[in-house]
Structure formats: structure tokens, C-alpha cells
Design a protein. Structure first.
Length: 234
């Protein structure tokens, strides 16, 4: 299976590396910077003229709102859990633990990449800050926004849903990625490229070797065999 998927793995690696290098090696990040700046200022200017947008951005970046993203992912996972046998649920628990460990490892490795930088709200002068405009203590800045942690976790979740469940689960996972990554960009806590370059390039390289080979299956099966409880595989 790995040999058949090797071209796909290599393509994902080359694509991820190319995306990252096109951003990192270009002077002032090349064509990415005008895109980043344009997206930031579009939202930053519109939040002062559109009160509905202002409060939507503020609420979706309030710390407690992160629980909504967890509920969305949990609901999707549960929709498959409830259809499983006790043995299948045990395996799903093993998949979930493997997914969490994968996210932690890739996040740590991702922060070793060169490219650390503050968020746009801390880079540009005379910008509108959501917390000041609304009084809502929303996260509108980050001293180190690259790569996007939140976006990376969401993308990893979507990829695991594709690998172990279905394309439909992956499609819903992608909707969750967009829905809960976009507010961080809208408020200026992250650049667009924190996710489109940072998070995506790390996932393309790291997860291709993890999910398109038997590597993740070995870990899932190990947890399935060794976790305490009933319904262990024979």
C-alpha cells in the first residue's frame, strides 16, 4: 500500500515544501505579503463600519467560543461513534488518542520552522482592535502567530476523518476548518499565511508520511490492544 501511495506522498511533500519556501525565501514574503495585508485591512476597515461584523468577529474570537469548535468536532466524531459496535468504539478511542498525539507532535515540530512573527495587529500601526472597540476580551493579537496552532489542529482533525472514516466526514471537517480558522484571520490575530502556508505546509509533509503509510495504523492498533477495558482485539 505504501509503495502505491509513494507518488502521492512525494507530491504532498514537494507541495508543502514549495509553499513554505515560496513564502520564507522571497523578499518580504513575496506575493504572499500583499495578499496578507489586503485581507487584514479589508476586515480591519470593515469592522468599524459594520457593527454586525464587528460583534460576530468579537464573539467568535472570545476564548469561550473555542469550546464551540470542540463541540463541532466532537459531534462529527460522535455521529460515527454511535453507529459502531463496542469493539469499533474501542478502536475509535484509539484513533482519537493517536490523533491528539499527532497534533501535539506536529505542533511542536512546526514551531521549530523559521518564520516566527507577531500578528498583523501588532505589526501595523493605527489599527482597530476588537477588544478596544467592543469591550469583549477577544483574542485579537499574538506575539508569535506563525504557524497557526488552531488552524493546524483543525486540519489534522479533518485529515484523520478522511483517513479513518469517509470523504463525507472529511468534507464536513473542511467546513469546520474554514468556519473556525477564519475568525482568527478576520480579527487580525493571525495572518492568512499563518494557516495557508504555515499550518498547511506542515500538515502536507508530516501527515502524508503518517496517514498514507501504515505508521498511524500501527499506533492505533497498539493503543487498541493495550488500553485497559473490555473488547480488546483477539
Amino acid at each position: 500500500m505504501t509503495r502505491n501511495r509513494l507518488p502521492t506522498i512525494l507530491f504532498c511533500n514537494l507541495l508543502g515544501i514549495a509553499i513554505y519556501l515560496s513564502w520564507y525565501l522571497s523578499a518580504n514574503h513575496g506575493f504572499w505579503f500583499p495578499l496578507d495585508k489586503g485581507i487584514f485591512y479589508w476586515f480591519n476597515n470593515h469592522i468599524v463600519t459594520n457593527k454586525f461584523l464587528l460583534y460576530v468577529v468579537a464573539i467568535t474570537n472570545y476564548r469561550a467560543f473555542d469550546a464551540i469548535s470542540l463541540i463541532a468536532m466532537g459531534a462529527l466524531y460522535y455521529s460515527y461513534w454511535r453507529k459502531e459496535s463496542p469493539q469499533g468504539r474501542r478502536r475509535m478511542l484509539a484513533i482519537g488518542i493517536t490523533m491528539l498525539l499527532t497534533a501535539v507532535v506536529l505542533n511542536q515540530l512546526g514551531h521549530r520552522l523559521p518564520g516566527s512573527r507577531p500578528s498583523p495587529t501588532l505589526t501595523f500601526e493605527n489599527v482597530h482592535r476588537i477588544a478596544e472597540l467592543t469591550g469583549i476580551p477577544a483574542k485579537d493579537a499574538s506575539a508569535d502567530s506563525f504557524p497557526g496552532d488552531h488552524g493546524m489542529m483543525l486540519i489534522i482533525f479533518a485529515c484523520f476523518m478522511w483517513r479513518y472514516f469517509s470523504r463525507r466526514a472529511f468534507a464536513i471537517g473542511v467546513v469546520i476548518v474554514v468556519a473556525f480558522s477564519l475568525p482568527r484571520i478576520m480579527i487580525g490575530a493571525h495572518w492568512f499565511t499563518d494557516i495557508a502556508v504555515g499550518s498547511l505546509s506542515i500538515v502536507l509533509v508530516g501527515l502524508s508520511w503518517w496517514l498514507l503509510t501504515p505508521a498511524s495504523d500501527y499506533v492505533v492498533n497498539w493503543f487498541n490492544r493495550t488500553l485497559p477495558g473490555k473488547y480488546k482485539p483477539q
